[in-house]
Design a binder for this molecule. Structure first.
Ligand code: NAD
Ligand code: UFG
Length: 340
């Protein structure tokens, strides 16, 4: 019986890129996704890139019956857990939905793993767990806090994982704190496809460039940053995917591990710098208007990347021009495919 990496949320944005990276590193992938924020057609795109169609089960991580079947029918070496909800504003409106999906869902998954004796777990956490930075760059020992149910759900799962590791130290766990994933696969075949109006900067900018949206609202130009707009650590999603493969390798080579590590580039760019970079890529002018600050936003945030380099031997390779080029290629491919 050959062995698989179980990727929950694998038809989603980060999960699909990581699936490709895993396949290219020689792993077989089984995806479990309820398709609440993705399409089954992503499987064809993954197959077109890697030459290998991942196994797929449509199901929910909160469904114990589905999970039992997955662990019974497949030999699973490790679980990469991407499935969850991720919109900060929506989490304030529907907190129970977020705790149910992100916390209860993770508990169900971990219980099924424990029963099946699968103890290697890679978790999608977020730089949001650092709250409003007290210092920059953000090191992994920066104090933690949360200002919304989404961030709190990530903190809760991080703590559950620490408790689990304390109780049974033969677990091998990586808590990966992503900064701002952007871009798309260089093939243009997979990328981020937000439903409705995008919450995040880059998908919004890309839609202004295609004419789908009239102008970008820049949320605040009075922050204590060089040009007054918010500064973030944008990381190419393929670099992020490679970081997962490195974390998996590290865990599989350890007898016992609880690793908490930032996945970012260590460089911050402002909203206006990202707009300018996208204008260069798309050869368009991105219309924007300065709007009030978005509630809950922080001024600036970027990662200290030393621990990732030292423990995983991983470092992001792609710069903002590549992030914009690949986002633009995907946007044109995706937008043209959507047209009747
Ligand atoms: P995404 O929405 O594109 O992918 C998540 C996938 O999980 C989707 O395909 C969705 O259908 C699936 N899903 C959701 N709930 C499920 C459930 N209960 N059972 C089975 N499948 C379910 O999101 P993404 O951007 O790829 O994010 C992946 C993970 O990374 C999430 O946990 C997110 O919180 C985390 N993260 C994302 C970002 C970001 O900016 N994209 C930043 C930090 C952390
Ligand atoms: N911004 C705009 N206009 C927009 C959208 C965003 O000016 O239409 C600005 C924001 O104010 C911020 C920057 O662009 O300064 C980045 O905003 P995003 O919404 O793209 O990203 P955030 O940093 O707010 O949050 C993202 C994810 C979170 C995750 C966090 C981790 O959405 O889930 O990165 O760093 F927790």
């Amino acid at each position: 019986m050959s062995s698989f990496i179980l990727v929950t949320g694998g038809t989603g944005y980060i999960g699909s890129h990581t699936t490709v990276a895993l396949q290219q590193a020689g792993h077989q992938v089984l995806i479990l996704d309820n398709l609440s924020n993705s399409s089954v057609s992503v499987l064809d795109a993954i197959a077109a890139i890697s030459g290998q169609r991942p196994d797929f089960i449509e199901g929910d991580i909160r469904d114990a019956t589905v999970l039992a079947r997955v662990f019974c029918d497949y030999r699973i070496d490790a679980v990469m857990h991407f499935a969850g909800l991720k919109a900060v504003g929506e989490s304030v409106q529907f907190p129970l939905r977020y705790y149910d999906n992100n916390v209860h869902g993770s508990l169900q998954l971990l219980s099924a793993m424990q029963t099946a004796n699968v103890r290697t777990f890679i978790f999608s956490s977020s730089a949001t767990v650092y709250g409003d930075p007290q210092f920059l760059p953000l090191t992994e020992d920066h104090p933690l806090s949360s200002t919304n149910p989404y961030g709190h759900s990530k903190l809760m799962v991080e703590e559950i994982l620490a408790n689990l590791y304390q109780s049974e130290d033969y677990w091998r766990i990586a808590r990966l704190r992503y900064f701002n994933p952007v871009g798309a696969h260089s093939s243009g075949l997979i990328g981020e496809a937000p439903q409705g109006i995008p919450n995040n900067l880059m998908p919004f900018v890309a839609q202004v460039a295609t004419g789908t949206r009239e102008h970008l609202q820049v949320f605040g130009n009075d922050y204590d940053t060089p040009d007054g707009t918010g500064v973030r650590d944008y990381i190419h999603v393929q670099d992020l995917a490679d970081g997962h493969v490195a974390a998996l390798k590290h865990c599989l080579n350890s007898a016992s591990e609880l690793l908490t590590v930032n996945l970012g580039t260590g460089i911050g760019y402002s909203v206006l710098e990202m707009v300018k970079a996208f204008e260069r890529t798309s050869d368009t002018s991105i219309a924007y208007k300065i709007a009030p600050r978005r509630p809950g936003d922080i001024a600036a945030c970027w990662a200290d990347t030393l621990l990732a380099e030292q423990t995983l031997g991983w470092k992001a390779q792609k710069g903002i021009q590549e992030m914009c080029d690949d986002a633009w290629r995907w946007q044109r491919h995706f937008a043209s495919r959507e047209k009747p």
